[in-house]
Design a protein around this ligand. Structure first.
Ligand code: BDR
Ligand code: CA
Length: 315
């Protein structure tokens, strides 16, 4: 039985890797893409999501979501990482298709209500649309099979500040609401994505096996590789968003612990994801009655990369 997923996304080069990976995975059925601001504006996210649907040739709806965070002013888009167009400035043609008339939050509510207990939400950007869906219909939380989100970090240094990861700092209020809702959340954060290094050679092999999508990914990834080389001296890029798809396909590739997650919403630590391990009691308030989040801390990087390559190579 194929797992039904909605991908909430801000494409984004690594979002594109995740989305094409999911489209190719026979064990997943993508019900729709919902878009959010983040790596680019939400309008550009929507264009890019439509382009990915066309590139893959799949009949998947795209619903546009939030343009700004719930409470804070929006931060600037990281064009030095993903390019101004989110695809590494490769001049990809505009899509012909159009977005669904519903908002992302409404789309999520409709899909979850139509298939209670069967829909997994995979979040690859700021968590604003998921928080808005909860506001629109709080009753959906227990009807969602699982929320698998890329973002946050417990033990690893952040990538926007020493303690904050990009998706969380882009809307910390939304993230705190998502971690506090009555749905099962799995956090795939920097603790694991920084243990998986994707090298250009993998994309070159995918390009040979699956030229249409492989050419696009190899072109777009140049900008991403340049960023990692220049900013961190790394030969390759960290495997962020696509790690959620690997988890959805094969959870046993990840080692997880449970704990309550809170997000700092102001001050120097804004965007920090803090974990209270399961079973520990603390004198300070703020941790009581929070649901347990499944937090990925270990990963089999070789098998994750091999699953990605084999799936996108169509073998
Ligand atoms: C996350 O931030 C974005 O730049 C990536 O697309 C990924 O979702 C990594 O911190
Ligand atoms: Ca992303």
């Amino acid at each position: 039985m194929s797992r039904q997923i909605i991908i909430d996304t801000d494409p984004g080069i690594d979002d594109a890797m995740a989305i094409l990976f999911a489209f190719k995975a026979q064990a997943l059925t993508v019900l729709g893409l919902t878009t959010v601001f983040g790596n680019v504006s939400v309008a550009q996210s929507t264009r890019n999501a439509l382009s990915l649907v066309e590139l893959a040739g799949v009949p998947v709806a795209v619903a546009e979501g939030a343009a700004t965070p719930l409470q804070m002013p929006a931060r600037s888009h990281p064009d030095f990482v993903h390019g101004k167009d989110g695809f590494g400035n490769i001049g990809w043609p505009a899509p012909r298709g159009e977005a669904d008339s519903r908002s992302a939050a409404q789309f999520i509510v409709d899909q979850v209500r139509a298939a209670p207990g069967k829909v997994t939400l995979i979040a690859l950007g700021p968590l604003t649309n998921l928080a808005l869906a909860l506001e629109l219909d709080p009753g959906i939380a227990p009807l969602v099979e699982e929320v698998v989100m890329m973002g946050g970090t417990v033990h690893t240094t952040g990538n926007v500040s020493p303690v904050a990861e990009a998706n969380i700092i882009n809307d910390p209020h939304a993230a705190d609401a998502v971690f506090g809702a009555a749905w099962p959340v799995t956090m795939i954060g920097l603790d694991v994505t920084h243990q998986v290094l994707l090298k250009a050679a993998v994309l070159e092999r995918i390009q040979q096996a699956n030229p249409d999508q492989g050419d696009f990914l190899a072109q777009a990834a140049q900008c991403y590789f340049n960023f990692y080389r220049g900013a961190m001296g790394i030969d390759g890029c960290f495997f962020h968003d696509a790690a959620t798809i690997a988890y959805a396909l094969e959870p046993s590739l990840f080692g997880c612990r449970h704990g309550a997650i809170r997000v700092a919403t102001e001050g120097l630590a804004i965007g920090q994801t803090m974990m209270a391990p399961e079973g520990r009691q603390f004198a300070e308030p703020g941790w009581e009655d929070r649901p347990m989040v499944k937090v990925a801390l270990e990963v089999d990087d070789v098998r994750v990369l091999s699953l990605f390559e084999q799936t996108l190579s169509g073998r």
